[in-house]
Design a binder for this molecule. Structure first.
Ligand code: HEM
Length: 500
């Protein structure tokens, strides 16, 4: 590779102005098109420099650590490692009030309203909502593909995105965004392209996400990115659409909420936390403020929609890609459902029954392992610390690269480049006793994913419904590959469907 650059004894590549190392690693082209995943760039760096290296993603600089003992320190020292500064300068530009970009007392005010509402038991009575949404999509697929020779679905990702947008907002906000209704209305059109036209909302989301991608990689200072977003008419229009959805969600909740009752869902909890007198709260020191402001509430709802749908829909799409290549895995899931008496009529609101389906858990874990959605977990140091003999300073940002560890042959008995759910299955599963810090798809420590219980529940129920009705079959063009968006998604996904 290019010229070696060493600071603190840590190797890396001499960064280029604006691009950092992104162009040298083939992640972006000279006109800033993202053409490869960040993870692939990280793989090249590890191969060249070993388990500790530094990297510039545009103007953002990170020290990257690739061993489980590094991850253990980064996750457990909560008073030293916090949310990365860089996240506030990039993601924070478009989602300044979202939990993921907050730190300190403001983070605590938001977390108090959000975290208790995302515990698994909260969703027990709402399993039927997940089933209804999954079934709606299965019906749309039947309308589009059943009894149509050679019909191939190439829009699995966008279909799953519509599914997860509606499922997440019904579960957490009791609000129907209407994306599946829109898909259902157009499913019977004869032209394959018009059958899948995205809704107004999902177009707005994709414009919003593209803006996020731009500010993450363009390497510009914050004030320039701020200005660029302000004058970007398309982005401002998309933001207006998203904000009006969020306003509607909040208005509906405010109309229905009983101020004396305990909040029943996430949005009710956020609404109940609204400050009664924003002006007087603002006058207090930050540590004494309680509740959240109206502006923060709107930002939080928008941020949660994004975190809640994009991640889970990517994993569902990877699941379909992997199992379409290995029909025997689908067969095994179907057999497991039969073995536990789960049919199309089973309500699935019984956690003991869901827990019995352990093979599905292994398939989900294998998907999360082989298809990490990001390159790693980022933290900025609040104090100096020594990691593996190297002193890292306050203000530096480190990455614990779970994406690399999850596919590193040193930590797995069965070939980690292969999709093998059996590595986790049964009493003598070969990889069941892996080091816990090499497999952290939801991050770790005090800033781990707050939505992981919900995500696992949604994924499990949806996979069960898919497998009760559909078999996904490998089709021409199902080539996989990686496309870097907010998360990493399959580049080429094509399956045909057989309906059971
Ligand atoms: C398969 C699905 C998902 C995956 C793989 C995933 C993964 C992640 C990861 C890796 C992080 C960073 C953790 C860290 O820094 O240690 C994160 C943070 C977060 N996730 Fe998820 N996530 C998923 C689903 C969800 C869902 C459904 C929600 C909805 C509530 C959600 C909300 C969040 C939030 C709010 C944060 C920031 C937490 C904080 O900063 O304290 N995620 N997620």
């Amino acid at each position: 590779m290019e010229i070696l650059y060493i600071t603190l004894g840590i190797p890396g590549l001499e960064p280029e102005f604006i691009y950092g190392n992104l162009r040298q690693l083939g992640i972006i082209t000279s006109n800033k098109q993202v053409v490869d995943s960040y993870v692939h760039g990280f793989e090249k760096m590890q191969k060249q420099y070993g388990d500790i290296f530094q990297i510039w993603m545009g103007s953002n600089h990170y020290f990257v650590f690739c061993r489980p003992e590094h991850a253990e320190i980064i996750y457990s020292e909560r008073h030293i490692f916090d949310r990365p500064d860089m996240r506030l300068r990039t993601f924070g530009l478009i989602a300044e009030n979202f939990l993921s970009t907050l730190i300190g007392p403001k983070y605590k005010r938001h977390a108090k309203a959000i975290m208790p509402m995302l515990k698994k038991h909260r969703f027990k009575s709402q399993i039927s909502i997940i089933i209804d949404c999954a079934d709606r999509l299965i019906h749309i697929w039947k309308d589009r593909y059943e009894n149509k020779d050679n019909a191939i679905c190439t829009c699995i990702l966008t279909d799953n995105q519509q599914l997860m947008l509606d499922t997440f907002s019904l579960l957490t906000f009791d609000y129907d965004l209407g994306n599946l209704k829109h898909l259902s209305k157009i499913a019977n059109r004869c032209n394959a392209e018009t059958q899948t036209e995205p809704s107004e909302m999902s177009i707005a989301i994709s414009i919003w996400l593209n803006a996020l991608k731009r500010v993450t990689i363009n390497g510009m200072p914050t004030f320039i990115n701020n200005y660029l977003l302000k004058i970007d008419r398309q982005y401002q229009h998309a933001l207006g659409i998203l904000e009006s959805y969020v306003e509607n969600i909040v208005r509906k909740c405010q109309k229905e909420i009983d101020p004396n009752a305990r909040p029943v869902n996430l949005v009710a909890s956020l609404v109940s936390s609204l400050q009664k007198d924003e002006a007087s709260e603002k006058r207090k020191p930050e540590t004494e403020q309680i509740g959240i402001m109206k502006k923060e509430l709107l930002g939080e709802v928008l941020g949660l929609i994004l975190a809640g749908f994009d991640t889970s829909s990517s994993i569902l799409s990877w699941f379909i890609h992997f199992v379409s290549k290995k029909s025997e895995i689908q067969q095994k899931i179907k057999e497991e459902l039969k073995q536990h008496g789960i049919t199309k009529e089973t309500p699935l609101d019984n956690f003991d029954l869901l827990d019995k389906c352990q093979y599905i858990d292994c398939v989900m874990n294998e998907t999360l392992r082989l298809a990490p959605l990001g390159f790693g977990i980022l933290r900025t140091l609040l104090n100096d610390i020594v990691i593996d003999g190297i002193k890292i300073h306050k203000g530096d940002t480190v990455v614990s690269s779970y994406a690399l560890m999850q596919r590193d042959p040193r930590y797995w008995k069965l070939d980690p480049t292969e999709f093998i759910p059996e590595r986790f299955f049964g009493v003598d599963a070969p990889d069941a006793n892996h080091n816990p810090f090499v497999f952290t798809p939801f991050g770790g420590g005090h800033r781990a994913c707050v939505g992981q219980d919900l995500a696992r529940l949604e994924l499990k129920v949806i996979i069960i419904r898919y497998m009760l009705f559909v078999t996904f079959i490998d089709a021409p063009g199902n080539n996989g590959g990686h496309r870097q968006g907010m998360t990493i998604v399959p580049k080429e996904l094509a399956v045909s469907m057989k309906f059971d």
